[in-house]
Ligand binder design. Structure first.
Ligand code: SIN
Length: 559
């Protein structure tokens, strides 16, 4: 794909803005306007990959905000890992496959559970501290796990600890550089191979950088919905950039909603970890009934999609748009000091005068995790040469139609390392650099217009492609997405400028289009994808992955 801005407009003048002493200007790197390995995203997958690549060349990790601002950082409950030998590993595999509702790519799950213990031990050696007692790691249970196998850190701050320890290790490597507050504007391709990227700095200057290979580890796209547990950075940029460059996406219809996000007017949809239910929390409707008894024998620890739909149904009023409150109830759990076990959650609730020991906590599902993403092999190779993907941005088929709770941090470690290994095997030799250099002064388009477009898209997605879907809703969603996409394009043309927010708007519209079209094509219900008009799983037709291409086509391929 041709870069979308003409190289003749560019000349490199100023460095990419640095906001921490580990960040670099591109000019200050020995590599100048090229690096060996370019990584988009500083979450668990990106950082783990960077550490694997570090001994073999210059690595540039590009991230839209600071290194600590990723979906990884906000992960609460923990990291699922089977560290008790073969039987434990086999059970973890079975649970992962069962949660995925028929669509898990078994070899991917096998790799996750068998390589996971080594990756976690390595992380502990690098300085990650998981909660322990008398020298033994503590493990909790979450939904659809047959045994307690979730390690946690600082109670409910597991992602932050993993992010901290990987970042500390990365900062200690002289060959790893960070460009913080920098957005990837587009991938640069030549003869079908990805050879670099255009990077937009915090002052809206564009820099072109070449790389021997590029890894997208930029996380998910929760921001495509207005109700999400994801931070503002989760706008699916990596997935959209790959699609724009011609890479295939897979299983985009499977978006996992977390059943228990805090629901208070005007308050962010703060995640109330599944670990709360693992430690005994129950769910109640506005009549005080423990309603999960009517939905699944495993009650509150049923698969996440089952619990999320149950919460949504219990919260529906009889009139359209009418909502009844639904609650998480932990008042009966007296054997645990909940303030000690869940310090982050209890502190957030306290800011809103709520206490797990005393109060019913109002909840509602919120968009949480995209099972689909850039289609990759087990080694993180995408359908484009030179482009790799790992973590939530990627789709190996590991999660099938519904991710098992706390498998994603482990996925980032395992598949981040594997993608890096493939990059080393495939990379162009260093003596064949592509000399690219570009920079342009750009102005800011009207921010309100872009914000309004994003907000329209988010509302439309919640309404038309949420937990409960049908053909009519999805068709209306596609019509809305097409209109919003066209308004974004027209905003771009009128302003002929680019900003981070505009890139995010384009990314969200692309991801929304893929979700809607894949969801329309899958005329069955499976895992996180539920169709009111096709309420049953249809293995005869749909034991297949959906493949989405940027020309908006959807095809199905057998597992
Ligand atoms: C949670 O703590 O409930 C989130 C865990 C996950 O999404 O895997």
């Amino acid at each position: 794909m041709e870069p979308h801005l003409s190289p003749s407009n560019f000349h490199l003048t100023k460095p990419i803005r640095s906001r921490s002493f580990h960040s670099v200007s591109l000019e200050s790197m020995a590599v100048g306007t090229r690096c060996d390995f370019l990584i988009m995203g500083a979450g668990v997958a990106g950082l783990r990959a960077a550490l694997e690549l570090a001994p073999h060349g210059n690595v540039l990790v590009v991230t839209k905000e600071s290194v600590s601002e990723s979906n990884t950082h906000y992960a609460q409950g923990g990291i699922a890992v089977a560290m008790e030998g073969d039987e434990d590993i086999e059970l973890h595999l079975e649970d992962t496959i069962a949660a995925g509702d028929g669509l898990v790519h078994r070899p991917a799950a096998q790799i996750l559970v068998s390589e996971g213990p080594l990756r976690v031990e390595e992380l502990i050696d690098w300085g990650a501290h998981f909660d322990s007692k008398n020298g033994r790691l503590l493990r909790t249970r979450e939904a659809a796990h047959s045994r307690p196998r979730i390690l946690h850190a600082n109670g409910d701050a597991t992602g932050a600890e993993i992010s901290r320890s990987l970042a500390a290790m990365a900062h200690a490597q002289s060959s790893i550089h960070f460009a913080e507050w920098t957005t990837v504007a587009s991938l640069v391709t030549e003869d079908g191979r990805v050879i670099g990227a255009d990077l937009l700095d915090a002052e809206n200057r564009l820099h072109r950088l070449s790389a021997r290979s590029v890894l997208i580890a930029a996380g998910g796209a929760g921001q495509v919905y207005s109700d999400t547990t994801n931070p503002a950075v989760a706008t699916g940029d990596g997935i959209a950039l790959a699609a724009f460059a011609g890479a295939e996406l897979a299983d985009m219809e499977f978006f996992q909603f977390h059943p228990t996000a805090l629901s208070l007017p005007g308050v962010p949809r703060f995640l109330l970890s599944e670990a709360l239910r693992g430690e005994g929390a129950v769910l109640r409707n506005d009549r005080g009934e423990r309603f999960m008894e009517r939905y699944h024998p495993n009650l509150e620890l049923a698969p996440r999609d089952v619990v999320a739909r149950a919460v949504a149904r219990e919260g529906m009023g009889s009139a359209p748009g009418e909502l009844h409150p639904v609650f998480l109830d932990m008042r009966h759990v007296i054997a645990i000091d909940l303030h000690m076990r869940f310090p982050g959650i209890t502190a957030f609730l306290a800011q809103h005068a709520l206490d797990l020991h005393r109060d019913l906590i109002p909840i509602r599902p919120a968009a949480h995790y995209l099972m689909g993403g850039i289609r990759t092999s087990l080694e993180g190779r995408t359908s484009l040469q030179g482009l790799y993907a790992a973590g939530e941005a990627a789709s190996t088929g590991l999660h099938g139609a519904n991710r098992l709770a706390s498998n994603s941090l482990l996925e980032g470690l395992v598949f981040g390392a594997r993608a890096a290994q493939a990059m080393l095997v495939d990379a162009l030799p260093p003596e064949e650099p592509h000399e690219l250099s570009a920079q342009s002064m750009l102005q800011t388009p009207p921010i309100e217009e872009i914000e309004a477009l994003i907000s329209r898209l988010q509302q439309a997605m919640g309404h038309f492609a949420g937990l409960l879907r049908d053909e009519s809703l999805l068709q209306q969603g596609i019509a809305a997405q097409v209109e919003i996409q066209s308004d974004i394009d027209s905003c771009t043309r009128r302003n002929s400028k680019i900003t981070r927010r505009l890139i995010e708007a384009k990314s969200l519209a692309c991801v929304a289009g893929a979700i809607l079209r894949a969801a329309l094509a899958r005329t069955e219900s499976r895992g996180a994808h539920f169709r009111n008009d096709f309420p049953r799983r249809d293995d005869a037709q749909f034991l297949k992955h959906s493949i989405y291409r940027c020309n908006q086509s959807v095809a199905f391929e057998p597992l």
